[in-house]
Design a protein around this ligand. Structure first.
Ligand SMILES: NC(=O)c1ccc[n+]([C@@H]2O[C@H](COP(=O)([O-])OP(=O)(O)OC[C@H]3O[C@@H](n4cnc5c(N)ncnc54)[C@H](OP(=O)(O)O)[C@@H]3O)[C@@H](O)[C@H]2O)c1
Length: 323
């Protein structure tokens, strides 16, 4: 089978398309034949060395497909089942991957393989951010950065369907209309105007209840400044770099604000948590409260182009790889 192998950390050119043996499933493992593979910003953090990875390594955490074979202790999956996963193990950029039964989920017939590969990790992220980190309520004002991106486009439409007033930021003019069509009430281009000034204008200087910040270094300071008293900053990514350390006294000075830095993997740690988040997201997809918009498709052969288009901020919505 064909698989992307990383022998060295670094730029997108380090990802090598390699021919390897199809692996066999051990006791609790399921061999999945991929129909489609998802691309996420975390793959870039791992490839570049920001997040740890033991080399040589595969790359990619999510895919959808069909069960090809199962280990002798596997109870809940059989050959031919439609499945998806988004919690690794790393190595999804391949024609097949071995996945522990505990991390695999049955995919409902109503949901397409490409669609879920493009948005399972992003959808579960939107779920835990809007429900578990903080339960967003009707009428609350939230700010979501990178609103036209993979996570952003799902989360903003979901938050809108929950009755929130959603302010989104985007980095270019072409993304403004896209973010608006996904449910944002207001969209700000943070490359051409100060989002801090704009949010103050929109909220009559009261600020928002929650800021969802995946940009990190470039935005975190202003993100704290647009919170209402006792508001919550959810820092959940570092697309522009890791933020500077926060001075704890500033939390008091800025209005007794809260800060959290969560990761999805701590919110779908148990089987119950994974199943609850997955079924809530599948239900939202089937009932059209949210959608996954595949705007970019690549192949394993041009995987470097996929990564580069993400880091150059050229993408909108979700990106998949066809094996
Ligand atoms: N904590 C978690 O569990 C978790 C889970 C999933 C994702 N995430 C984070 O959520 C974010 C979104 O992930 P995604 O896969 O859906 O990616 P994405 O939003 O499709 O792409 C990232 C976006 O970030 C914006 N951006 C701003 N500054 C950037 C810079 N210097 N370099 C590159 N992009 C920049 C760009 O949008 P504009 O052009 O509109 O600015 C870009 O399109 C990432 O930071 C990711 O790490 C966290």
């Amino acid at each position: 089978m064909r698989k992307i192998i990383l022998n060295k950390l670094g730029d997108a050119e380090q990802m090598e398309l390699t021919e390897v043996e199809i692996p066999s499933a051990s006791a609790d493992q399921v061999l999945v034949k991929h129909a489609a593979i998802g691309i996420n910003f975390i793959d870039i953090y791992q490839r570049s060395g920001l997040y740890p990875l033991n080399l040589p390594s595969g790359l990619g955490l999510e895919a959808s497909g069909v069960v090809e074979s199962v280990g002798e202790l596997v109870k809940n999956f059989k050959v031919g089942d439609r499945v998806c996963y988004c919690n690794g193990p790393v190595g999804a950029y391949a024609e097949f991957n071995l996945v522990p039964e505990s991390l695999l989920v049955h995919l409902p017939n109503e949901i397409d393989f490409d669609v879920i590969a493009g948005g399972f990790l992003k959808g579960l992220t939107a779920y835990f951010l809007l429900h578990d980190v903080y339960e967003v309520a009707k009428g609350q004002k939230i700010l979501f950065h990178a609103a036209a991106g993979g996570v952003g486009s799902i989360a903003t439409s979901w938050a809108k369907s929950m009755g929130a007033l959603v302010i989104g930021t985007v980095g270019s003019e072409k993304k403004l209309d896209y973010a608006k069509s996904n449910g944002c009430d207001f969209v700000i281009n943070y490359n051409t105007s100060s989002f801090k000034d704009k949010v103050n204008e929109i909220t009559n200087s009261e600020g928002v209840t929650v800021v969802y910040d995946s940009i990190g270094k470039n935005t975190i300071e202003d993100s704290m400044d647009v919170l209402e008293k006792r508001g919550l900053l959810v820092s959940f990514g570092n697309a522009s770099g890791v933020p500077e350390p926060i001075n704890i006294l500033d939390l008091m000075k800025k209005g007794s604000i809260y800060v959290t830095r969560p990761t999805l993997f701590d919110y779908v740690k148990t089987r119950d948590q994974l199943e609850k988040a997955s079924s809530s997201f599948f239900e939202a997809l089937i009932n059209k409260k949210v959608s996954i918009d595949i705007q970019q498709e690549f192949s394993l052969r041009n995987i470097a182009d996929a990564h580069n288009s993400l880091t150059r901020r050229e993408t909108m919505g979700a990106t998949i790889i066809k094996p």
